[in-house]
Design a protein around this ligand. Structure first.
Ligand SMILES: [Zn+2]
Length: 410
């Protein structure tokens, strides 16, 4: 039997009448978006805020061990309290101001990564209040991988969680979490991974310090580690003016459903790593100094030889593996530009034009994650497509349902 797929998140204010919805249709919120948390990003440098949020009795901590999240089931994140994580993170890592923390920087001290994820403003979670306006349940993510100076404390914590029947969900991707948990997990995973991959300054090469509750890394002017003779570091370009070297990166990728010039067929392609009969939309990286529309046209031509005309953006999907934003688009081939040629770029093993009927049938019976079984009505050899948690599925569905043509394709 195929695995059940989580429902997609609800778009914001979906029931409110809007001229934009009347013109462009209902907003599509893709899996990994739709977080219930208000990130209150402007409060991240404020250690008085972080300190009281961290120690509030309602605060939820999501734990990660080597980027695997602690879960109570494959569908739900598990959360723990301040007293559970205190042995690993210490009494209060935000006790002194951010400025003081930077001044006292010591590169030989291991600090488990902590991310402030936001305030959960859902009903019944208003226990924590800061400066009158900011209310909700604070959420943090903590890396409890047993290593360095916290090895013993983290091992004990991990064992304690396992004794409670909780476990760290292994696997390259987590696509079974219910939508709101998936969005919280995506934020945490993206930032934990970025911090772990960027321990050194991109401008001068010296070790950096995580600040802004995990959303920035700074290159401190001094390092008081005992092994370093002169604590003063040379000047670094990231310390003056505006620098984008210290902020988390999000890499844009384009992913697109391609419609024929007459609007009757959809182009799908397959890579060598896909199981037999499995096809999807084409996709690729947006390159520097390229518009989304240009990237879509370039990728489609390079991979399939097809020339696209008009391109419109449909919806987007955060993709924390490790740091992508998928920009979902729909493009239409120009008349005479529909001949498939796979020779430019060796990425695809095959690309084909499909009718709406074939695609609709595949959406009904043949969707699944890679490596999973399709539904019971699937007939061997029939077209297979990605599940609805993938933006590719949303783009293909949008096309057959009339996103481009105004009425469902026949
Ligand atoms: Zn530097």
């Amino acid at each position: 039997m195929p695995k059940p797929v989580p429902a997609l998140p609800e778009p914001a204010h979906a029931t409110v009448d809007s001229m934009l919805s009347r013109k462009f249709g209902k907003e599509v919120a893709n899996y990994f978006s739709g977080s219930p948390l208000n990130r209150v990003s402007f409060l991240r440098p404020d250690h008085a805020f972080l300190s009281s949020a961290l120690r509030h009795p309602s605060t939820a901590f999501v734990l990660f061990n080597e980027l695997d999240p602690l879960v109570s089931s494959p569908h739900s994140l598990a959360t723990v309290s301040y007293s559970d994580v205190k042995p690993v993170i210490g009494e209060d890592p935000f006790a002194s101001s951010e400025e003081e923390v930077i001044k006292a920087y010591n590169s030989s001290t291991y600090l488990p990564q902590i991310i402030f994820l936001g305030l959960d403003e859902r009903k019944g979670k208003e226990g924590f209040v800061y400066k009158e306006h900011y209310k909700g349940q604070p959420w943090f993510a903590v890396d409890v991988t047993p290593k360095e100076s916290v090895k013993d404390a983290a091992e004990k914590l991990v064992e304690g969680m396992k004794a409670k029947g909780l476990d760290f969900q292994k696997g390259r991707m987590n696509m079974d979490l219910e939508a709101q948990d998936a969005a919280i997990y995506a934020e945490a995973r993206h930032l934990l991974d970025w911090n772990a991959r960027n321990p050194f300054c991109a401008a001068c090469g010296y070790p950096t310090l995580s600040i802004n509750a995990g959303f920035k890394r700074t290159c401190p002017p001094k390092d008081v580690a005992p092994s370093i003779q002169n604590p003063e570091r040379p000047p670094c370009a990231t310390r003056k003016g505006i620098s984008n070297l210290c902020f988390p990166r999000t890499d844009p990728t384009v992913i697109m459903a391609v419609v024929s010039a007459d609007g009757q067929r959809i182009l799908l392609g397959r890579s060598k790593r896909f199981p037999p009969a499995w096809y999807s939309t084409l996709a690729g990286f947006l390159e520097p100094a390229e518009s989304v529309e240009e990237a879509v046209r370039r990728e489609v031509w390079e991979e399939s030889g097809i020339h696209l005309g008009r391109v419109v953006i449909h919806s987007t999907q955060p993709w924390p593996y490790p740091a992508n934003l998928m920009i979902g688009a729909i493009g239409q081939a120009i008349p005479g530009g529909e001949e498939i040629h796979l020779g430019h770029d060796a990425e695809l093993e095959d690309a084909k034009w499909y009718t709406a009927e074939e695609v609709r049938e595949a959406l009904r019976v043949g969707t699944s994650g890679l490596g999973e079984e399709p539904g019971p009505d699937y007939k061997e050899g029939g077209l297979r497509l990605p599940p609805k948690t993938a933006i590719a599925n949303q783009l293909i569905s949008a096309v057959v349902n009339g996103f481009a043509s105004g009425s469902p394709m026949i």
